[in-house]
Design a binder for this molecule. Structure first.
Ligand code: ZN
Length: 217
């Protein structure tokens, strides 16, 4: 059974607080959206969302063509990026975009996050690649991000931040936290010297669960 629009808005408010409280958003940056029940519509946080006290009435219900369905505030400027992923990956039902600190360090370094913990295989489908740089609001940003994401559920946007996609909002909230933690461990491990990735022989067994429960490609 599909969730109602008001249930979906409440889910986005829950995710906003959850991610803000974990320090992955500053006020005014990042965004969260949900696809509306297999339709060419989404509900998205407004430009400059107040994550500390998100209000359902401030969220924007908008068609992929940009027609506003219910009055809210101005949709996030990264609405085009969300739309691109919903159109290209039909199993994606939620998108979270953050500028979280450690993922953004990798974004500035144009570095990808290798597979350092098994959780990355199970929940994200592998490592997290960094895309080629493209300016915010351009179609190129989406094209580069999708290409770098491959069959995984996360991508680092060069000089920008992180994009997580998922089958539902719980997957995306968890994925946002997981990538930031993995990026922190990776950045600090690299500073200490050599890092060790998960042995390749163990990868396929862990990817089975990803394909069954979390994959969106
Ligand atoms: Zn951004």
């Amino acid at each position: 059974m599909h969730a109602s629009i008001s249930e979906m808005k409440n889910q986005i408010c829950w995710a906003s607080k959850e991610i803000y409280q974990r320090g992955l958003f500053n006020i005014g940056e990042g965004n969260i959206s949900l696809r509306v029940n297999n339709r060419d519509e989404m509900i998205i946080t407004p430009s400059g969302n107040n994550y500390l006290n998100p209000l359902p009435e401030n969220l924007v219900h908008v068609t992929f063509e940009g027609k506003i369905i219910t009055e809210g505030q101005k949709p996030s400027t990264e609405y085009y990026l969300h739309r691109f992923f919903y159109e290209q990956r039909t199993r994606v039902n939620c998108i979270i975009h953050t500028h979280s600190t450690y993922a953004s360090i990798l974004a500035v370094q144009h570095r990808s996050l290798p597979i350092i913990f098994e959780e990355m295989l199970v929940f994200l489908g592998g490592g997290v690649s960094c895309s080629e740089y493209a300016a915010t609001g351009t179609e190129e940003l989406g094209v580069n991000a999708l290409e770098a994401m491959g069959s995984q559920n996360a991508v680092i946007l060069a000089n920008h931040g992180l994009l997580i996609v998922g089958r539902n909002i719980e997957h995306c909230v968890f994925g946002s936290q997981l990538v930031e933690k993995m990026a922190k461990i990776y950045v600090k491990s690299v500073a200490m010297g050599k890092i060790n990735e998960i042995p390749k022989g163990n990868v396929s067994r862990l990817l089975e669960r990803f394909n069954q429960e979390f994959s969106t490609s």
